[in-house]
Ligand binder design. Structure first.
Ligand SMILES: *Cc1c(COP(=O)(O)O)cnc(C)c1O
Length: 386
């Protein structure tokens, strides 16, 4: 089965472009809202780095989510989309001074701090402004997520977070500083995680740490478990909405929260991946020696995941109902890695057909580049095309 696309509305648009199915996005957000309401003291911050399309951000904000930012630019995008500063958290190993100042000026909810030097700078910059910055410490839990090596972040060897063995020392340091306030712990073990055992392993670590802290009379108000829930790239129609029920239930039931502790989540990919497709046109069908190529006007500059992570995306010819044939689907960029899929079955394809590359709503448009002096792809939601 193919996805449903308003192909008639595409005629006036310059390809390639991203198309966001607003109905799927809203259904996904509705499920998140319902599942969040089932938990006590739970807050969901959408990880803006997955997709910062202004219309998509505004829709996400409408459903009451906060924003997880990893740069000053993302803080600006969140504010522009109407996210309230007290629902913005700011993470990242390398925050520049201007980015920290931006967060301080807007009074964001908290900084997720990843090192002592960073903590010192936040304290210094907050002192200069006469304010106190809320900080959570990102703990490197040394938990392995069973996902692509480039998107696992919770191992001791990764650059992220503060080592378990150092964390109490860092908290003690923060408690001596006048312009930072320690309010919680932050974790994030990686991305595209589909095995709930990985999240369970994280919860065990969190529990161990909470026990240790309790013994040492360290109070933790907030527990932020990050993001990472994966999506079904093979079956974007069958599983358009990730299993948030299982995900939230697993974490909420396993973490043994102390009185008053607030649980925070930061999903990115799982919120936006399935609503988005990269739409492109076939420029040429080229007969090779042993195979045929469908050469698209979209390339790795528009969607880099296949080239960067060997990621699979389902590809459909949404203009053709002819019998299936097999193609290598490639882009026009001067790189051998500019391939969207090898030996892909498509309805018989000709020049001018529309091709949809599915599940491209996360880490798609936002990762686009201008390599080869190409224009950045635009993004349209169903609502934009009405
Ligand atoms: C990337 C990131 C997320 C979101 O990850 P997804 O896999 O897209 O859900 C959440 N928190 C932090 C700190 C991140 O860096």
């Amino acid at each position: 089965m193919k996805g449903v696309f308003p192909v008639g509305k595409f005629a006036d648009l310059q390809t390639p472009f991203y198309y966001y199915d607003t109905r799927i996005l809203r259904q996904t957000l509705e499920v998140i809202r319902q599942e969040t309401n089932k938990m006590e003291r739970a807050v969901v911050h959408y990880a803006i780095k997955a997709n910062a399309n202004p219309q998509v951000l505004r829709t996400i904000r409408e459903y009451g989510l906060g924003a997880d930012c990893v740069s000053g630019g993302e803080i600006k995008a969140a504010l522009q989309a109407g996210f309230s500063p007290d629902k913005i958290v700011f993470a990242g190993v390398g925050k520049a001074d201007w980015e920290i100042n931006l967060g301080l000026e807007h009074g964001i909810f908290c900084f997720n701090v990843e090192s002592i030097p960073e903590l010192e700078i936040i304290n210094e910059l907050a002192a200069a402004k006469g304010v106190v910055a809320n900080v959570e410490f990102r703990v490197n839990p040394d938990v392995k997520a069973h996902t692509h090596a480039n998107i696992t972040t919770g191992l001791a060897e990764n650059k992220f977070g503060i080592a378990l063995s150092d964390i109490e020392k860092v908290i003690a340091l923060a408690q001596q500083m006048e312009h930072v306030k320690f309010i919680g712990l932050h974790f994030h073990i990686g991305s595209q995680i589909l095995n709930m055992n990985d999240f369970a392993a994280l919860c065990n670590r969190v529990n161990e740490l909470l026990e240790q802290f309790e013994k040492h009379h360290i109070k933790v108000e907030n527990i932020n478990v990050g993001g990472g829930l994966g999506v079904d790239y093979q079956h974007p129609n069958r599983q358009a909405i990730p299993d948030f029920q299982d995900y939230f239930k697993t974490i909420n039931s396993l973490i043994r929260r102390r009185e008053g502790q607030v649980l925070h989540f930061e999903p990115g990919r799982s919120v936006v991946a399935q609503c988005g497709s990269l739409i492109s046109k076939v420029l040429y069908v080229k007969q090779g020696t042993n195979k045929q190529f469908a050469i698209l006007d979209a390339g790795m500059t528009d969607l880099i995941r296949p080239a960067l992570y060997q990621a699979y995306h389902k590809i459909e010819n949404i203009s053709s109902e002819l019998p299936m044939e097999t193609y290598d689907v490639v882009g026009p960029i001067c790189e051998s890695s500019d391939v969207f899929g090898k030996a892909v079955d498509l309805n018989q394809t000709k020049r001018g057909d529309y091709i949809a590359i599915r599940s491209a709503g996360a880490y798609g448009e936002i990762m686009a580049s201008q390599y080869n002096c190409r224009a950045l792809p635009k993004g349209y939601t169903t609502e934009d095309l009405l």
